[in-house]
Design a protein. Structure first.
Length: 191
């Protein structure tokens, strides 16, 4: 897939550089299987110093998002470089999205079970919370809303996926992800 998408990724890199100052890639420490820390690959969608001027949670109208970044985020194209994380063994196609350490510190004992498998590019929770930024848009405190409401709800889906782990289900999840990303934006009930 990397070979097939290489020209497409090069084009995205050029557009990112033309749109704003800073590196093409965003690298951040995330947590994967057995609590292992790794650097995730993503195309940069925010200003170069975004982490120093705001939270690690992004809301829909976050001023730190670049013009190109809005487009990349809408179609999840910023996540294409995570194919490199799959090659290095830090991620898989389907699995719980890798969180930053700050949020993993809030995991309950039950939530820690999601670290038994490699982190993934997509999951049922990712599909259901595709528009997470919209849910956080009017939150007075985005971090608290994420910790108290969104993270526990996403973890219910992640824990259920572990119980129902199956290759065929993973394939269906990949196809459902493509379908959901390609659909026009709409507010979806997560439950």
């Amino acid at each position: 897939m990397i070979i097939v998408l290489s020209l497409f990724m090069l084009l995205i890199a050029i557009v990112i550089k033309a749109d704003s100052k800073g590196p093409v890639m965003f690298r951040q420490i995330r947590v994967t299987q057995y609590g292992k820390r790794f650097r995730i690959f993503k195309f940069r969608t925010m200003t170069a110093n975004a982490e120093t001027i705001g939270t690690q949670i992004t809301t829909q109208n976050d001023a730190r998002i670049t013009k190109t970044g809005r487009f990349l985020r809408k179609y999840r194209l910023d996540e294409v470089p995570q194919l490199f994380n799959i090659i290095t063994g830090d991620m898989s196609f389907v699995g719980t999205r890798p969180e930053v350490e700050k949020y993993v510190d809030y995991y309950t004992t039950e939530m820690m079970a999601t670290l038994l498998l490699p982190a993934g590019i997509t999951s049922e929770a990712s599909i259901r919370y595709k528009d997470e930024e919209k849910l956080l848009e009017n939150a007075e405190d985005a971090d608290n809303t994420y910790f108290e409401k969104i993270l526990p709800e996403k973890m219910e889906f992640n824990l259920e996926a572990i119980k129902q782990f199956c290759f065929i289900t993973d394939i269906k999840t990949m196809f459902r992800t493509v379908h959901r990303v390609a659909k026009k934006d709409e507010v979806q009930s997560n439950r």
